[in-house]
Write a protein that binds this ligand. Structure first.
Ligand SMILES: [Zn+2]
Length: 699
């Protein structure tokens, strides 16, 4: 007898984990079949209900539906990212199109949308709670964005979405092809001048892979080209490599992205028009906290001036350093990283290796738990008896002040071949009072695991990443809402990084470090001077970094705010726009348009590259609330942060939520201070005859 498919049994009860030990790849296809059919039947019943639409029989019913499908999907996509296998990848290939089509079909169900739309039209008269109103508006917008409102144009919209998907894939593949086609071959010691041992090693590996075992190869992969530009003493080679790097996607021939971008822009414009918007930027921003392109421009322009002023000073310092070595030159874009590294070494040098013993992974996890305990009164209890999908994954039970269980936390920190790169937070189960479910949250990192018996040590960047993902994790674990669609991190894209980025601030608080950053062998606390140098170094070169980022965000917004993008030549557009904003000649956009994947390899960040900085304004200003209270764990501030941000999910309008937490709108100054740009901002304020402190961001 075949044992029953473990994926067909529910695992919804608090503390119960998905069937990690019994589920196998071959269980997924039949389970998906059953779950898709079940969801189709549920949706058909809601859409075809003979009773008049009510909030409960339509909107809440839709939120309750698809439990089996979401359970299986979440398990599947999480495993595909954290612990994949050839068998799971085969399921992915077979299922991803079908799942996408299923969700799209639900959103384009005309009878269902008619019920939602009718309710939405008289939502003020339905006697709904604030959260119910929010759910109705959210669901209505989900359907509207998918095109439910369009009748005759539905088919055309479908064609556009499909064409955009194909063009996006082509765009990324062209960039990859240009990166793969290029190699800078280094033959001898003269070519290698200045390169550190680690980079030589990586360049040798790249050469071996390319069948040149006697040479060293620099490719256009960021992990090789950036260190090469930073360390190579050979100005001619830096220039050569830099030019190739910044021309990705802009080479004549089959990998030319310019015509592809032109078509993408035209299709997006048509898509926006079908939805009744004048430009794609207007269309994209209706589902973001910023709301309008003008609000985004307001923020970016406030940062642009101070960033340029700082970059000018940085350039002067680079020139001075070159001069001190007897080199009379204008700093060119391929020189910046090289001389910046020399300045950094002279001013802020410290040994990363000396820092790491103070950041053992286990202690830093304890530090994150401790901060969460101090802020929100929650405790993490290790459950070594529970096994997740890999022996390295630690399982914790999360309890609140009253001792009630509120979540399960999976901590998955090590790199392995079966896990994708990067760091991210995800859920295996969302919190929902209506469904009676507690969240299961996972944090994934890719730290290199130390050999058996030795502690895994983190860099300062790793510690920041750990706290960042844990901040997202808390957003999922502390969620306290009724409806699943509004739970945890289901918030607008320019708000979702607030809980993660604000949590990073606690990682480097002296109060936290003195308690947790203890030397792994001696137990000695992190020496003050070392910490000061670390913090100072984090502000170094911020003019350059801010300029290369903000230029991208400004060009992105201008590009998608065109009222008529027909025939846009992205190279010419970029040059015009950079001239208009006064781009410093020594700095190039972090991503030039012909290889700007955020904008063209998908649509999520189109007219949306600004979101990183938007969130940074919020997290810096938000953290200042604790500083103003004179206690980085101030209980009242923490309580408001919990109530309006970490627990609220998407139940509140983000502007309203932020204002309720902070007592006012966010200001841009704390972010400028964090980046070390305040002097420049103050100077700009004086020039304009207004005090910068009185100026508010539009957030
Ligand atoms: Zn994040």
């Amino acid at each position: 007898m075949t044992p029953p498919n473990p994926l067909l049994q529910a695992w919804d009860a608090p503390g119960v984990l998905p069937p990690f030990e019994t589920a196998r790849a071959e269980h997924f296809a039949p389970a998906f079949d059953a779950a898709l059919a079940a969801h189709d039947a549920e949706v058909a019943a809601i859409a075809g209900n003979p009773a008049a639409p009510t909030f409960d029989n339509t909107v809440a019913a839709l939120d309750r539906s698809g439990r089996m499908l979401s359970r299986i999907e979440l398990l599947f996509w999480n495993l595909a990212a954290s612990e994949t296998s050839p068998a799971l990848r085969a399921v992915e290939r077979a299922m991803s199109g079908r799942l996408a089509a299923h969700h799209n079909a639900t959103l384009l169900n005309g009878a269902l949308f008619a019920r939602i739309d009718a309710l939405h039209g008289r939502r003020a008269e339905l006697g709904l709670t604030a959260e119910q109103t929010k759910l109705l508006e959210r669901v209505h917008l989900d359907f509207t964005l998918a095109g439910a409102r369009l009748d005759a144009a539905k088919a055309r919209l479908g064609e556009i979405v499909e064409a955009l998907a194909t063009l996006s894939t082509q765009f990324s593949q062209n960039v990859l092809a240009d990166e793969a086609a290029y190699e800078l071959v280094l033959r001898d010691e003269r070519d290698l001048a200045g390169l550190p041992e680690q980079l030589r090693h990586a360049a040798r590996e790249a050469a071996v892979e390319r069948g040149k075992p006697d040479a060293w190869v620099i490719t256009l992969s960021r992990s090789l080209i950036v260190p090469f530009l930073t360390f190579s003493d050979r100005r001619d080679l830096r220039e050569q490599a830099f030019r190739a790097w910044t021309r990705r996607g802009e080479n004549d021939g089959p990998t030319d992205n310019r015509p592809i971008a032109r078509r993408i822009l035209a299709l997006r414009h048509e898509q926006a028009k079908l939805h009744g918007h004048a430009t794609f930027a207007d269309y994209a921003l209706q589902d973001r906290m910023a709301g309008t392109p003008a609000a985004v421009a307001g923020l970016l322009e406030r940062v642009w001036g101070p960033a340029k002023a700082r970059a000018e000073k940085e350039r002067d310092a680079l020139r001075a350093l070159a001069l001190s070595r007897g080199e009379h030159l204008e700093i060119e874009p391929w020189d910046w990283r090289y001389y910046a590294e020399k300045v950094r070494k002279a001013r802020y040098d410290f040994d990363e290796a000396a820092l790491k013993p103070y950041f053992p992974l286990d202690r830093m996890i304890a530090a994150a738990f401790d901060c969460a305990a101090k802020l929100f009164g929650i405790r993490f209890l290790a459950r070594p008896d529970l096994r997740a999908y890999h022996p390295d994954v630690k399982v914790y039970e999360v309890r609140n002040r009253a001792g009630d269980m509120i979540a399960t936390f999976l901590s998955d920190n090590f790199a392995r071949p079966t896990k994708r790169g990067g760091a991210w937070m995800s859920v295996y189960r969302s919190q929902s009072r209506a469904n009676g479910t507690l969240p299961i949250v996972v944090n994934n990192n890719n730290f290199a695991k130390a050999p058996e018996g030795e502690p895994t040590l983190l860099s300062a960047d790793d510690v920041r990443t750990l706290f960042h993902e844990f901040g997202h994790g808390l957003h999922g674990m502390l969620s306290s809402v009724t409806y699943e669609r509004l739970a945890g991190t289901n918030v607008l894209q320019d708000f979702v990084e607030l809980p993660s980025q604000i949590f990073e601030h606690w990682a480097f608080e002296p109060e936290v470090l003195s308690r947790h950053a203890l030397h792994c062998e001696t137990g000695a606390p992190l020496p003050g001077p070392l910490l000061e140098r670390l913090l100072a170094a984090q502000r170094f070169n911020q003019g350059f970094e801010t300029v290369e980022y903000v230029a991208c965000a400004l060009v992105d917004m201008a590009l998608h705010a065109q009222v008529d993008p027909t025939g846009t030549d992205i190279t010419a557009f970029e040059a015009r726009e950079l001239a208009r904003i006064g781009m410093p000649r020594e700095i190039v956009m972090r991503h030039r348009l012909p290889h700007f994947g955020h904008l063209f390899s998908g649509s999520a960040y189109a007219a949306g590259y600004y979101v990183y900085m938007w969130a940074e304004v919020l997290d810096c200003d938000g953290y200042d609330a604790f500083r103003e209270a004179g206690n980085v764990f101030d209980p009242d501030t923490a309580e408001r942060l919990y109530r309006y941000v970490y627990s609220a999910g998407g139940t509140l309008d983000p502007l309203v939520a932020y204002r309720a937490f902070r007592g006012r709108d966010a200001t841009v100054e704390p972010m400028l201070a964090e980046r070390g740009l305040v002097d420049e901002a103050a100077a700009a304020g004086r020039r304009e005859g207004s005090g910068s402190a009185a100026r508010r961001a539009t957030t």
